[in-house]
Design a protein around this ligand. Structure first.
Ligand SMILES: [Zn+2]
Length: 239
C-alpha cells in the first residue's frame, strides 16, 4: 500500500534543485547588472530623501528607524561602522571641513547673536574642558611665547633708530643706576624699555630708551610711559 502524503522519491531534491537554479540566475543577473542595480538603489534612496525633505514627520520617522537599527546592531557592527566612518573622514577631510565651515558661516550670517550666545553657554558649561584645552595647547606649543617674542624683536628691527652699549651706559648714569619707576637699584638686572612702545610707533633711538627693573618692565608691558605713570600714581593713591 502506497502512502500519498509522502512525496515521491526525488521530489524534495527537485524542489531544492529548482530553488538553487533560481538563486543562481538571480546572482548571475546581479553580477551582470551590478551598475544598473546600484544606480536603481541610488535613485530609490534619492527619491526617498526628496520625499522626506519636504515632510518633517517622515524625516523624524526615518531618523527614529535609523537610531533603532543602530542600537540593535552588535558591538562588532558598530565598531566596523566607526572604522568606515573614520576612513571616510580621512579620505574626505578637506571636503568635510569646507562643508562644516560653510555651514558655520551660514549660521553666523543668519543669526550671529544666537551663535555667540550658544558658544558662551557651551564655554560656561565646559569650563574644565576649555581650561584643559588651553593648558594642552601651551604644552603642545611650548614655543608660542617665543614666537611672540620673536615678533616683537622683528618689530624692533623694523623700528627706526638704534642704540649702543655706550648709550645704555650714559642712560644708566643719568638714572643714577635706579629704575625710573620704582627707584630700585638696578645692578646688572635692568631692561632697556621704550618710553613710547614700539607697538605704538616708538623708535629705537636712545631718546626713547629708559632703564627699568624686571618687575616694572613686566608690569608696563605695552603701555607707554605716561599711561604707566598714571597707573602707578593711581595705585599709590589707593594705598
Ligand atoms: Zn622698578
Amino acid at each position: 500500500m502506497a502512502d500519498d502524503s509522502i512525496p515521491p522519491p526525488g521530489e524534495a531534491a527537485k524542489v531544492a534543485e529548482r530553488q538553487a537554479k533560481t538563486r543562481a540566475q538571480r546572482m548571475k543577473w546581479r553580477l551582470a547588472n551590478a551598475e544598473h542595480r546600484r544606480e536603481y538603489q541610488r535613485s530609490q534612496r534619492a527619491a526617498d530623501k526628496k520625499r522626506r525633505d519636504g515632510d518633517l514627520a517622515l524625516q523624524q520617522a526615518h531618523l527614529a528607524k535609523q537610531r533603532a537599527r543602530y542600537h540593535a546592531e552588535s558591538a562588532e557592527t558598530k565598531e566596523l561602522r566607526a572604522v568606515m566612518r573614520s576612513k571616510y573622514h580621512q579620505a574626505n577631510r578637506e571636503a568635510i571641513t569646507a562643508r562644516m565651515r560653510e555651514r558655520a558661516r551660514q549660521r553666523r550670517e543668519e543669526d550671529a547673536e544666537a551663535v555667540n550666545r550658544k558658544k558662551a553657554e557651551w564655554r560656561q558649561a565646559n569650563l574644565e574642558r576649555v581650561r584643559g584645552t588651553a593648558v594642552n595647547w601651551h604644552k603642545a606649543n611650548p614655543h608660542s611665547h617665543k614666537i611672540s617674542n620673536a615678533r616683537r624683536r622683528a618689530r624692533k628691527r623694523a623700528a627706526e633708530g638704534s642704540y649702543t652699549k655706550d648709550d645704555i651706559a650714559a642712560i644708566y648714569a643719568g638714572q643714577n643706576g635706579q629704575c625710573v619707576y620704582c627707584q630700585a637699584h638696578l645692578g646688572q638686572q635692568y631692561h632697556a624699555d621704550h618710553v613710547k612702545p614700539l607697538a605704538k610707533g616708538g623708535s629705537n633711538w636712545p631718546e626713547n630708551i629708559q632703564l627699568t627693573c624686571t618687575t616694572c618692565n613686566l608690569k608696563k608691558s605695552d603701555m607707554d610711559h605716561e599711561q604707566f605713570l598714571q597707573r602707578l600714581s593711581l595705585r599709590a593713591a589707593a594705598k
